[in-house]
Design a protein around this ligand. Structure first.
Ligand code: ZN
Length: 315
């Protein structure tokens, strides 16, 4: 009897456990998202209310539950607590459960759980602060390459997407290289602010974890999602028309710091969240996407059949 057969009846319990673990890790992700942009330690001091500085007791720090129980307000001073906290916790919990569901009891599961948490931090820090944490992307590159060595040892049984160090090295070089070239072209040829070096390091890290196909696949998915979102944003601002900034308070956006032109109103979108979403999609279903893509482009087409179907519909 193999391990998966023995543990099959426990699958549901493991997935609930993975969700709870993810929610707890998500709680720590929140600390990173808040403190890294300010250059603060994520270990000291203990979690406290940013307004009244009262420490947050353990019973007020239960992922998602405490936010609901407290009615989204600080227990001591009633300062509102952003919905981003339970959102990050719930999202990380769901991702951990999905990783367990997809990769099961393999070495890949803890690795991709951590990778998912990293992508959650990247997404929310970029949305809040327009930066991508070096704390993740820089150590992530050697970590992904080292992981590919473990993949070479374990091979397919590990569940890892990359089981060859050359794939990992090529992924890091290709991911970083393409975005670096795009950034230089944007700055030097188009004379516009480039996408920034944070995205270059991030896609290099994603390539180190997911290989060269992962780097390219992530970039394609991210570009498609980003284009759709960008179009929606342009249409939104066009139809909304000019509105005084005082009338549009954005609680999450730092006010009075928009001296540079990189704003949503300037039709800029942070690219990090799309890279993170693209990487997660590729992590979960990358091989399936590649297979169905090649099945699609090599499938025999039957234009006459389609024509007959359309003419039947017209009648
Ligand atoms: Zn307070």
């Amino acid at each position: 009897m193999v391990l998966t057969e023995i543990t099959a009846p426990l699958q549901g319990i493991f997935m609930i456990g993975a969700f709870i673990l993810g929610a707890v890790v998500g709680s720590f992700c929140n600390v990173c998202i808040c403190r890294w942009p300010a250059g603060e330690s994520v270990v000291q001091p203990r979690s406290r209310c940013p307004k009244c500085l009262n420490g947050i007791a353990w019973y007020d720090n239960i992922p998602m539950v405490s936010w609901l129980v407290l009615g989204a307000k600080c227990r001591h001073c009633q300062t509102p607590i952003s919905a981003q906290y339970p959102l990050v916790e719930g999202l990380t919990g769901v991702l951990f459960a999905l990783v367990f569901w997809a990769f099961g009891l393999t070495p890949a599961t803890p690795v991709y759980m951590l990778f998912s948490a990293a992508m959650v931090i990247v997404t929310f820090q970029d949305l809040n602060d327009w930066t991508i944490p070096d704390e993740i992307s820089i150590p992530g590159i050697p970590a992904g390459i080292a992981l590919s060595l473990a993949g070479m040892y374990w091979q397919a049984s590990s569940g890892l997407r990359v089981t060859d160090i050359y794939d990992s090295l090529l992924g890091a070089a290709l991911g970083g290289g393409i975005l670096f070239a795009l950034d230089r072209i944007t700055v030097l040829v188009l004379k516009k602010p480039g996408m920034g070096f944070g995205d270059v390091k991030l896609l290099a890290m994603i390539g180190a974890f997911l290989g060269w196909k992962g780097a390219l696949g992530t970039l394609v998915i991210a570009s498609m999602l980003g284009s759709v979102a960008g179009l929606c944003l342009i249409l939104y601002f066009r139809f909304r028309g000019p509105v005084d900034k005082e009338d549009q308070p954005e609680p999450d956006a730092p006010q009075g710091e928009s001296s540079d032109e990189i704003t949503l109103e300037g039709h800029y979108l942070p690219f990090g969240p799309w890279l993170a979403v693209g990487a997660l999609i590729f992590m979960f279903i990358g091989p399936e996407i590649i297979d169905s893509y090649f099945a699609f482009i090599t499938a025999p087409t039957e234009p006459i059949m389609i024509y007959e179907d359309i003419s039947a519909l017209m009648r």
